[in-house]
Design a protein around this ligand. Structure first.
Ligand SMILES: Nc1ncnc2c1ncn2[C@@H]1O[C@H](COP(=O)(O)OP(=O)(O)O)[C@@H](O)[C@H]1O
Ligand SMILES: [Mg+2]
Length: 328
């Protein structure tokens, strides 16, 4: 059903031009290079990929913080890729952003109360509502008792509490979507699960959509409905969480899964088959499939020659890999 789609991203490209040297054009960093996906209302998706695969640039482009080179972004039925000020202001009132580094995201000289008041003031929310809204979100993210936290500055909070405050700020305008860019990667392992569970609870309570970005596939199992895998600026596999764990199709996704430490002591020390090598340059990506130089299943003459289109070997399971070419 078309109207259950909140966000639709179609063939999105975000390229950064490199500095010119004299009369030579130095080229482009193709940080996002033809990404298509949809997010439904109330649904959580995870975007997973190694550092440098274009995850943050994808988010920044969706939020209007980076200019798309080509492609379309539609949010709640409205095109928002034109970088028009009114569209972006509207979009930012609809989308809450949770960054990777909570301390860097919070103004150090502002109290929690002021940090939460600011978006309300900017968006001209009736003053009478401010206190109730601020107390409401603080209670929801468990910064309680609220009176103990209202006048605290960010440096007086633990890393986990800072991230709770960032989540509270992301929630305060009652957004339809929360975008979280590696929200727990800078936190102590002991609080990571709590923060992910908090986001999951908030998602269910408010029927919110969530885009959760991570380089760590092991954290998706208890978080989202769908997983989208990025490799070298492309979305190479899209499917639901159970399927990605049970039946990963792309050789890169298979490699990511084997890289997760196995908690079973019987398997400790078992050799894991991770393809050697590094992700490719995004300035001059390899011809054909971008994973072919590392791929254990390469079909010579095909994978190194032509870019794979998206195949759908099973309903709702999409993969950009020649191994799944359907016979016609
Ligand atoms: N503003 C920018 N100018 C030039 N290159 C950029 C810019 N932002 C990101 N990049 C490059 O784009 C690629 C993808 O980066 P990023 O989106 O941050 O990946 P990820 O979040 O997956 O680690 C990297 O090669 C990065 O250096
Ligand atoms: Mg990033």
């Amino acid at each position: 059903m078309q109207d259950s789609i909140l966000l639709s991203v179609n063939d999105l490209h975000t390229w950064f031009e490199l500095k010119r040297w004299g009369f030579l054009r130095a080229g482009f960093v193709r940080a996002v290079d033809g990404v298509t996906f949809q997010l439904k209302r109330g649904e959580a998706i995870t975007i997973v990929g190694e550092s440098g695969s274009g995850k943050t640039t994808l988010l920044r482009t969706i939020l209007g913080l980076a200019r798309p080179t080509a492609g379309e972004i539609t949010f709640a039925g409205r095109r928002v890729d034109g970088q028009k000020a009114e569209d972006l202001a509207w979009l930012r009132s609809q989308v809450g952003f949770v960054q990777q580094d909570p301390y860097g995201a919070l103004a150090p000289f502002m109290t929690a109360n002021r940090i939460l008041k600011e978006p309300l003031a900017i968006n001209k929310v009736n003053e009478d509502e401010h206190e109730q809204r601020i107390r409401g979100v603080m209670d929801e993210v468990r910064l309680i008792p609220v009176d103990d936290f209202l006048n605290k500055f960010p440096h007086m909070l633990s890393g986990g509490q800072q991230q709770r405050l960032v989540i509270a700020r992301a929630m305060i305008l009652h957004p339809r979507l929360i975008v979280a860019d590696e929200p727990v990667s800078m936190l102590d392992a002991s609080v990571r699960v709590e923060i992910l569970e908090l986001m999951r609870n908030i998602q269910h309570t408010h029927n919110l959509s969530v885009m959760y970005i991570t380089h760590d596939l092991s954290s998706v199992r208890y978080f989202s409905e769908c997983v989208f895998v990025m490799y070298a600026a492309k979305m190479v596999e899209k499917t639901d969480v159970r399927e990605v764990v049970r039946n990963p199709l792309h050789p890169y996704t298979q490699a990511l899964l084997t890289a997760i430490p196995d908690p079973d002591p019987e398997n400790a020390g078992r050799f894991r088959d991770i393809p050697p090598g590094e992700p490719p340059s995004l300035i001059d990506p390899p011809k054909g499939c971008r994973f072919h130089p590392r791929c254990p299943h390469i079909i010579k003459g095909i994978c190194d020659a032509e870019e794979p289109p998206e195949f759908q070997p099973a309903p709702g399971h999409f993969v950009q890999c020649w191994l799944y070419k359907q016979e016609s």
